[in-house]
Design a protein around this ligand. Structure first.
Ligand SMILES: Nc1ncnc2c1ncn2[C@@H]1O[C@H](COP(=O)(O)OP(=O)(O)OP(=O)(O)O)[C@@H](O)[C@H]1O
Ligand SMILES: [Mg+2]
Length: 324
């Protein structure tokens, strides 16, 4: 297998006496190839964390096959554990230790040379704060310390579950820059998020999950292009007449207060000519490329994140018990 991560038909149903059955993964598939920054995108409760925890052997699946770096997961993960890092549960550090000391202890425990600690501190931008106690770190710094701990062993693959969660815009930007740098250094990154713009900014490939199933996957540009409806924004003085002309030509058109949106427009030159011939001069004609947000709404048909809830119970989140 050339893929770094392969997931095939993964199934997981959580069962509890109080809430009944909850299908978290319903035959989920994903392929992450070496060198990708792969976004794992889905709304709250769609099954991202369950997928990653299952991959790491923290949740026992009901069915499906998985592999990491060519080894069947989770039972042969130990063979490649030195080659990948994962931050799926938010790691707990001792607040009274400094960042540097924390990493040194982890390096010693992992049998790694102490100079790795300085390298990873530089890598995550914590070198100047390395001698501060962790309890004085911001959330973003704690997240970066977690990434640093995962980087100690020089992994070829890094798995991050919602690394931007809870961060302010500056922290999100730092995390994004860090992922770009890691990718440039040759690390394959799998990063989950429910923040669509984040994935769009960082990732080259994406797998979209909804209700425990893959609903789209591929290069971000291609996934978006598949949803390109040929929409264009048109500004013109006599908007109502322009809309009539466009509609008469058989193209769908929507009126907004100060512009029109025309769909299915294969040739923008046609539109400027058709309107120009009738004395309507186009002031703006802009292609509207779909973003993941609109793709996502089309795929899931829902604006608000929905809970996977086949048992028909309440939509409250389930307790994060250890289900393994
Ligand atoms: N330990 C558990 N016990 C029972 N149900 C669970 C457990 N863990 C997850 N679930 C349920 O499985 C479904 C998928 O949850 P999961 O945490 O994988 O979603 P997610 O995509 O990571 O969501 P978020 O974006 O909120 O992190 C949800 O319905 C959730 O309530
Ligand atoms: Mg999650």
């Amino acid at each position: 297998m050339s893929a770094v991560i392969e997931i095939d038909g993964l199934r997981k149903t959580f069962r509890s006496l109080r809430r009944g059955e909850r299908v978290a993964l319903d035959g989920f598939d994903m392929v992450v190839e070496a060198g990708q920054v792969h976004g794992f995108l889905g709304p709250n409760g769609s099954g991202k964390t369950t997928t990653l925890r299952t991959l790491l052997g923290l949740v026992r699946p009901d069915g499906g096959r998985m592999s990491v770096l060519g080894r069947p997961a989770p039972h042969r993960l130990a063979e490649v554990v030195d080659r990948f890092g994962a931050i799926v549960e938010s790691p707990q550090f001792f607040g009274n230790f400094t960042g540097r000391r924390t990493l040194r202890l982890l390096a010693v425990a992992g049998g790694l040379p102490p100079d790795r600690v300085e390298e990873v501190l530089v890598r995550v931008g914590l070198r100047d704060r390395g001698d501060d106690r962790v309890k004085g770190y911001s959330l973003g710094m704690k997240q970066r310390l977690a990434v640093a701990s995962a980087l100690l062993k020089r992994p070829e693959l890094l798995i991050l579950d919602e690394p931007a969660n809870g961060l302010d815009p500056a922290g999100i930007r730092e995390m994004r820059d860090l992922m770009r740098q890691l990718s440039a250094a040759g690390v394959t990154v799998l990063v989950s998020s429910h923040i669509l713009a984040e994935i769009q900014q960082i990732c080259d490939h994406v797998t979209i999950i909804s209700r425990g199933r893959r609903v789209a996957a591929g290069p971000v540009g291609e996934v978006l292009a598949g949803f390109d409806r040929g929409e264009h924004r048109v500004r013109v003085a006599d908007q109502d007449r322009a809309a009539e002309i466009i509609r008469a030509a058989g193209l769908p058109v929507e009126s907004h207060p100060d512009h029109l949106v025309v769909a299915d427009l294969a040739d923008p030159a046609w539109l400027s000519q058709a309107l120009g011939e009738r004395g309507l001069w186009v002031r703006e004609l802009t292609p509207l490329t779909p973003d993941l947000e609109s793709v996502f709404l089309q795929l899931t048909g829902s604006e608000t994140p929905r809970q996977v809830d086949d048992a028909g119970g309440s939509a409250e989140p389930a307790a994060e018990g250890d289900a393994a």
